[in-house]
Write a protein that binds this ligand. Structure first.
Ligand SMILES: C[S@@+](CC[C@H](N)C(=O)[O-])C[C@H]1O[C@@H](n2cnc3c(N)ncnc32)[C@H](O)[C@@H]1O
Length: 348
């Protein structure tokens, strides 16, 4: 039976998150303008969604998230992301960083992290200040700030969007012994998604893979409460994992940041490591047509932020890429500003 107190608590915490992170989003825009942000002209062909339509879709995401929790598909999120002091410190760090981000946006600087030294260890496409973020993927400060920045970008909805990947995983796990199953999160970043996985299936063996040592360090901190987590500092293009070794693979907000050719390589790698009958779940930005009326937002995003591969991502055929890699496309469903795409590996 529905628990009205739990439901009220969920609503309260999600509303508080939207107010807190949405407030930072607005404040960052304002501060950016006041300092160095001579607005780059962003031109879109479609009309921006009306505020009511935008809020309705946001509300629908939270309703869906709550229904999933109520049905027992996954665990409710913790009321607080972190302690009050740490949250306030992150807020200050985020606001202090705004002028630097604004300067990069104004001057369109996005290669501060491209050095001779870094070139030895990372592919060229990786060495950019995505979103104009300070330190790119390379520094401890960048990794510490990342979760806050993503939530500020999405006005407090990023976690609820990530959690939609848990729905097909719950269906796949039904009737299985979690201790006998494993899950690989490709490009785990700070491990945020894996904390939701572990909240729900604490004994599931998980692997957190990312190319960034600094982000993986953050993931280690976030996932410290759980056992059975393996950390792999590796390129998703050539994962140091045996073929047919994973029951479930996930990739959250990775593919829009990869060049088209690399997307195909990573798709093949994912298909290679999945066991027969395994599950692959992708969460990434919506593409034009996924949420009618939101097309202007996908036009706006790569102009306002440094997203060098987003234009090609807009027309990228997700189903075709993974089908060519050998997986079967099951379904795709939009989740506010993101979409969830689900694939199965053939049984033999
Ligand atoms: C936008 S973040 C997404 C992080 C996380 N999945 C999330 O839900 O927020 C992209 C991540 O992809 C990682 N990444 C990008 N290219 C990669 C590659 N070729 N191999 C492994 N990780 C990669 C970056 O280090 C970064 O942590």
């Amino acid at each position: 039976m529905a628990n009205p107190i739990a439901r009220a608590a969920y609503r309260l915490t999600q509303s508080a998150r939207v107010a807190w992170y949405g407030g930072h989003h607005l404040l960052a825009n304002r501060l950016g303008r006041g300092t160095a942000f001579a607005e780059r002209k962003v031109e879109v062909e479609n009309d921006y969604p009306k505020r009511d339509a935008f809020l309705r879709e946001m509300q629908a995401l939270f309703e869906r998230d709550w229904k999933n929790i109520e049905q027992g598909l996954y665990a409710a999120p913790a009321a607080l992301d972190a302690g009050a002091i740490r949250t306030l410190r992150r807020s200050l760090d985020f606001l202090r960083d705004v002028p630097d981000v604004a300067r990069r946006r104004r001057d369109h600087v996005h290669d501060e992290v491209l050095t001779e030294e870094a070139r030895k260890n990372f592919p060229r496409y990786y060495l950019q200040n995505f979103h104009y973020q300070s330190g790119g993927w390379l520094t401890e400060d960048s990794a510490k700030l990342y979760d806050f920045q993503v939530e500020a970008l999405f006005a407090g909805t990023a976690d609820a969007m990530r959690r939609q990947a848990l729905v097909p995983i719950a269906a796949h796990m039904k009737g299985c012994d979690q201790r006998q199953m494993n899950l690989l999160d490709v490009a785990t970043g700070t491990g945020r998604f894996l904390t939701f996985v572990k909240d729900t299936w604490p004994r599931l063996k998980t692997t957190a893979l990312d190319l960034s040592p600094a982000y993986l360090d953050e993931a280690k901190k976030a996932l410290k409460p759980w056992r059975d987590v393996t950390y792999l500092e590796a390129n998703a293009e050539a994962m140091p994992l045996p073929g047919a070794s994973q029951d479930i693979v996930t990739a959250i907000y990775l593919f829009h940041e990869l060049p088209p050719k690399v997307r195909t390589i990573v798709a093949k790698e994912i298909a290679r490591v999945l066991k027969p009958g395994g599950l692959f779940v992708l969460v990434d930005s919506i593409q034009p047509g996924d949420t009618p009326g939101f097309e202007a937002l996908t036009e706006f995003f790569p102009q306002a932020f440094h997203e060098p591969y987003f234009e090609s991502y807009q027309t990228w055929n997700v189903a075709e890429t993974f089908e060519s890699a050998g997986l079967w496309h099951q379904f795709q469903t939009p989740a506010f500003l993101s979409k969830v795409a689900v694939f199965a590996a053939p049984k033999h």
